[in-house]
Write a protein that binds this ligand. Structure first.
Ligand code: GEK
Length: 246
């Protein structure tokens, strides 16, 4: 899978900025995104494989699979390669034009254009219907907090009975836990080759752009819309992934 995804090294925060601009999913980020996410999200490869495993189990014939905030389409491509069912459509959705054009190129190169339809759209407005698997892999965290519940409501209403929603997020905790997790997460980025300067400048760029919910808020959001079976199935430092089954 990785050979098909752009592998330019992420050096975006290497130079010293006088003032750090807010982070955006623009052309520069899209060019290095594969390297960026693999060196920044602990367990990313494990999460992708596990999502494909959940999709193998929960996808239903003649249904839709949604990859919300698909970036370069790693979730969609991994699922499409893993599941053997033929009568399904994966909808890969992202607002970023730079991401979407690369995602489409990857889908074409992989000969997966019959299985994966790529949409440049906002997940706040995109219609979700007849879904058996819906994935938000580190996307909801980028929406303003007051818009997240609406997206989860749409997910619940578009999901078929027996369908699964997989939600991965960076999470916030109580002060002591937060300090521990964030310290160790920064050490994790360091061991992956980012310098202290890169880590601090990226952190500044993400402030107000990525606002994490707490784990309690995530469970509350999911149960408020009607999900009864909700589990956290993955955590590494302050990165967690949850499943909710309808
Ligand atoms: C992966 N899931 O590789 N509507 C649609 N897309 C959005 C919205 C929105 N309202 N807001 C942000 N995005 C991917 C990784 S990255 C996570 C997802 C990260 C998109 C945004 O353009 C970006 O491509 C993606 O959500 C978040 O598994 O960079 O940490």
């Amino acid at each position: 899978m990785q050979k098909t995804i752009q592998q330019n090294k992420d050096t975006l925060f290497e130079k010293q900025f006088e003032s750090v601009k807010a982070f955006a999913f623009d052309e520069q980020v899209a060019e290095v995104f594969s390297d960026m996410i693999q060196r920044s999200v602990p367990g990313y490869e494990t999460i992708l494989k596990s999502i494909a495993m959940f999709a193998m189990k929960y996808s239903q014939e003649n249904s839709n699979i949604y990859d919300l905030g698909c970036s370069l389409g790693a979730v969609s491509v991994t699922i499409a390669k893993a599941i053997e069912k033929k009568n399904y459509t994966i909808h890969a959705i992202d607002t970023s034009v730079s991401m979407i054009k690369r995602c489409q190129a990857i889908v074409n190169k992989e000969n997966l254009d019959e299985q994966i339809v790529v949409h440049q759209d906002d997940i706040l407005n995109h219609k979700i219907e007849n879904a058996s698997v819906i994935v938000s892999n580190f996307t909801l965290q980028f929406l303003p907090q007051n818009q997240r519940q609406k997206v989860i409501e749409n997910i619940f209403s578009g999901l078929n009975n027996g369908g699964i929603f997989i939600l991965s997020e960076k999470v916030s905790g109580c002060n002591a836990t937060d300090d521990f997790m964030i310290d160790h997460y920064h050490a994790y980025k360091k061991i992956n080759g980012y310098s202290n300067k890169e880590i601090q400048q990226k952190r500044q760029a993400l402030k107000d752009v990525l606002v994490p919910d707490s784990e309690d808020e995530i469970f509350q959001r999911l149960s408020d819309v009607g999900f009864k079976s909700i589990f956290k199935w993955f955590q590494c430092f302050n990165f967690s992934s949850f499943i909710a089954i309808k």
